[in-house]
Design a protein around this ligand. Sequence first.
Ligand code: MG
Length: 272
Amino acid sequence: MKYCRFQLNGSAHYGLVEPGASSSGNNEDNITRLLLQPPQDSDGDVEGLPSRRMDHIPLAQASLLPPVEPSKIVCVGRNYREHAAELGHDVPREPLLFFKPPSSLLPPRATILRPQVSERTDYEGELGVVISRHCSRLSENEDVRPYILGYTCVNDFTARDLQNKDGQWARAKGFDTFCPVGPIVADGLDPWAGVQVETRVNGEVRQSGNTRDFIFALDVVIRYISQIMTLEPGDLIATGTPKGVAPVVAGDVVEVSIPGIGVLRNPVADRP
Ligand code: MG
């Protein structure tokens, strides 16, 4: 199952994404059906949701929107040992959580805007998890998979100097445009077995991590969050970034790439 959210004739829609038929010579992913409701609480059965035929649109040509409409974006800090070390931190003893506001969401291909108040803005490529259903106070051994609708790419863009200065992270993580997400949501990934998360800047690989190296496995993270706050359908969890974070400046292009999902590409500019 793969889906996106996109703009068509002036309104936002969710769309089913399928590989192009090779007989037509088109091997690219296409948006093939309009989903008539958000793909939530669907048991992952997006194909079974009410939908309407549409003229197929190549995903690459669609006017994409962030593929999530979360009530909150919950992020895990320092969830890879080598990344904690590169920032000079100890490995946390329990998951370290923070928020990004939904107003920071940015579609694929849109421009990340660096605020003048920050002198150092970093990319953080991460695996994003989209919640499928109301999720509260899971028991210790409860299977988390039914609560996961799918996965996407996230760039947890960060004003590193403000993060260090403020001590709490609402400002450093919360600027408008600081949460690029997409291009699509896909299931069929297995973060426990290992999902490769790669970040490139101007085509050069800067981060190459694997979710096998999470300090806290995804089930631990979801159960932990569920003890604190209720996760709602569509909520987004950013699972932490591997080592290799560094600043970017205006004119750079950041790509977060995850096999099975695709490439989330965003240029960077200075806020006017
Ligand atoms: Mg992060």
